[in-house]
Design a protein around this ligand. Structure first.
Ligand code: FAD
Length: 411
């Protein structure tokens, strides 16, 4: 088997950022990225595609253009991980060996977990910003709907970018408000969770938009079945014996699928009880195999699963993996930072930034940008600054605002 110093599984936000970070620190290392997709996506842009602000094409680039110089791209799927043998099995049956492994395979969108949903996506008013090809359909539906019932759903956690289901809703409502037809549309938010947003500091600002747009907020309500042609959605409300099902007719349904660890991860020795990769929350090293790391959505950590989190995790994994290859101890630490820019209206954002335990970790002093209030500055950041920061900074190993913490800082 061919052997590399570092093998990275997944060429998404986390995998590419981490590869770039490692190669920036050590350009002569041998590094392979296993990634079957020919296209790299900037998924945070899909919310704005759904709102008609970004063109879909602005959120994708050829994978070849984001693979860092010095990395070898293996264009196929990883099938199985063998940490004891320090090897990865590929789809063509071959094996490659590594000294250090980085798992960055993302999260699986489980469309099939909701009967009727997969087959009707993109038709009958059923859409989702969680897929590149469907986000433009959200935009089209919002532009044509002038009265009726619009349902927005959020599945149980964990999901990537937990704010995205409601972002789609607020931007749709704002468009209808501007068209003066919001009053003729019944908007419902069916959220499987018990709170509008997981960090309480941001809830008051969001609740004001729920009220302004006249949204019927249904907490603890989970989408369990969709009939596209019949335009019916079924929800389970509450849990356990006292749960009830409720059926709603709709003209538009923005659905977000349940999300789970990729199968080959859940079935591997690296998985924790939830199926995601077990890692130390600070060093991102696997507790049993110290030369194995995970970052991004596939990591079994409690941070908000966002590209913003991957931006901060990438240098932590790079530093610690190189330390392990040099037979020293990992010293860089990750504080759980994640960010969720909640697009409450076109032109204003509530910028949630927080770490482990819901601790607020704002990037800016509050006089410059108070994330708990809707601001135009935060919209400018999302609309104009974050895309170039992503493509030209994060994916290139330029670590603006992402210096890793140190073990000693916390002691
Ligand atoms: P991904 O970027 O999904 O990449 C995973 C990669 O692994 C893919 O390229 C895939 O092909 C590859 N892969 C999968 N299986 C295998 C295999 N077996 N072998 C090899 N490769 C494999 N984040 C923010 O920071 N801010 C936002 O505003 C924001 N909004 C979002 C809105 C939406 C609608 C969505 C869907 C996401 C949003 N996110 C946001 C979340 C962000 O996109 C993800 O958290 C981020 O992409 C995670 O990076 P990742 O590399 O872990 O996963």
């Amino acid at each position: 088997a061919k052997r590399y110093d570092v093998v990275i599984v997944g060429g998404g936000s986390a995998g590419i950022a981490c590869a770039a970070s490692i190669l920036k620190r050590r350009p002569d290392i041998s590094l392979a990225i296993i990634e079957p997709s020919e296209t790299h996506y900037y998924q945070p842009g899909w919310t704005l595609v759904g709102a008609g602000v970004f063109q879909p094409e602005a959120t994708r680039r050829p994978m070849a253009s984001v693979i860092p110089k010095g990395a070898e791209w293996l264009r196929q799927e990883a099938l199985a991980l063998h940490p004891d043998e320090q090897a990865v099995e590929l789809a063509d049956g071959s094996r490659i060996a590594y000294r250090g492994l980085v798992v960055a395979a993302g999260i699986k969108l489980d469309w099939n977990a909701i009967p009727g949903l997969a087959g009707t996506l993109g038709e009958h008013g059923v859409t989702s910003n969680y897929r590149y090809d469907l986000a433009p359909y959200t935009r089209d539906l919002v532009q044509t709907l002038r009265n009726g019932v619009a349902l927005f759903t959020q599945p149980p956690m964990p999901i990537k970018c937990a704010g995205a289901p409601q972002k789609a809703m607020y931007l749709s409502c704002h468009a209808w408000e501007r068209e003066d037809c919001l009053g003729a549309i019944d908007v419902e938010f069916h959220n499987a969770g018990a709170a509008l947003f997981g960090v309480a500091d941001y809830v008051p600002a969001l609740m004001r938009y729920i009220e302004r747009y006249g949204i019927d907020l249904r907490l603890g309500s989970t989408l369990i079945e969709v009939d596209g042609p019949g335009r019916r959605a079924v929800f389970r409300q509450g849990a356990g014996e006292r749960s009830q099902t409720c059926e709603r007719r709709f003209d538009m349904l923005h659905a977000v699928p349940p999300q789970v660890a990729p199968d080959f991860i859940a079935n591997s020795a690296l998985a924790d009880a939830t199926g995601f990769v077990a890692v130390d929350p600070a060093t991102l090293a696997h507790p049993r195999w110290p030369n194995v790391f995970a970052l991004g959505d596939v990591a079994g950590t409690s941070n908000a699963k966002t590209a913003a989190a991957a931006r901060k995790q990438a240098p932590v994994v790079a530093v610690n993996l190189l330390a392990v290859l040099d037979s020293t101890l990992p010293w860089a630490t990750y504080d759980g930072y994640g960010s969720c820019p909640l697009t409450v209206e076109r032109g204003r954002i509530v910028l949630a930034e927080f770490g482990y335990g819901g601790k607020l970790l704002p990037s800016f002093p509050s006089w410059l940008l108070d994330g708990r209030r809707p601001t135009r500055r935060a919209w400018f950041l999302k609309d104009r600054l974050l895309p170039p920061i992503y493509w030209r900074g994060m994916l290139k190993g330029r670590e603006w605002l992402a210096a890793p913490g140190r073990r000693d800082d916390e002691q």
